[in-house]
Design a protein around this ligand. Sequence first.
Ligand code: PMV
Length: 364
Amino acid sequence: MQNEWINNAFKGEVPSGFQGKVGWQCPSNIALVKYWGKRDKQLPQNPSISFTLSECRSETFVEFEKAGKFGFQFFFEGKENPGFGARIERFLLDNQAFFPFINQLNLKVESRNTFPHSSGIASSASSMSAFVMCLLDIEHQFAGIEHQFAGNFSVDPQKASYFSRLASGSAARSVFPKMALWGATPYYKASSDEYAASLANDIHPVFKTYHDSILIVSGETKSVSSRAGHALMEGNPYATARYAQANESIKNLLAALNSGDLDTFINITESEALQLHALMMCSNPSFILMKPNTLRLISEIRHFREETKIPLCFTLDAGPNVHLLYPDSDVEKVESFIKRDLATCCNQSRWIADHVGDGPKKMQ
Ligand code: PMV
């Protein structure tokens, strides 16, 4: 795959006067089976599965014009922000073998997120995948590389997933509608460590209706980055057991997603969230990203499920915020539960109503 893309990369002269602007929006995603631990060049130690979100997304525009050498400027929410742009610039320079044409282009990138900056929601999955969609779209425009997917893609989603992964691991999963699986597993034929695969055709319809209400416990920047967290898995005494357990979770979750078995879905999803945070507590040095209100919310959610039999459950990202997952059929009851009992545990009573979405969308 990698050699094919290097061999087929456009190595010719960019036509003089070539210029234009492309824009893509890409959603964030929330993992159910967690990716925590990597090896080599952004390859996962275990497979992961996620819901693609809808409301939490990045919107990125790239203006390009033919130039004598590579030029790069990055604007975030209207202001030039070289700090935020550094990661994208590094990604481009590291991957010149795939995109040699960037050395003949001036790029001006403008990006914004639909979710507030202080919501504690990681934006790397959505922002990196939105940028990669723009890059492949530019390549497509002058090199004639085209691919049709789900009607509205003009770039190859597998290629988009591959390069999104190189930019930020979990971003590999953001380019597919509904649900995606990233990482090789014997339980899913189209799986690969190098790119994610769409699960949209292998899931029970109930999962396409899922909501993710994100309960904002804290909007602060995390004390330990996910890059540092992945690295700490190298010395974690439970690493081998964790990777075996994650593979087991993948096998059982794939079966539950297919059959619509909500009890198994809940069981695996909550166990995976708690395992992720248990791994952090067992790292050396150890760290804790949950806050007291994270635990309060978990306890309230479990209590409500027992009382009402509504199949809601929680998951956690690498942070203190709680993602509340439930099918559309229960939206009214769950939203009144959030407003009545959960919002008081949220920072300034903030929560974001998100749901499973359709993946990237071209804006320009
Ligand atoms: O893609 P990264 O390097 O930010 O790592 C993401 C790690 C988790 O969000 C905790 C889990 C996951 O699979 O998304």
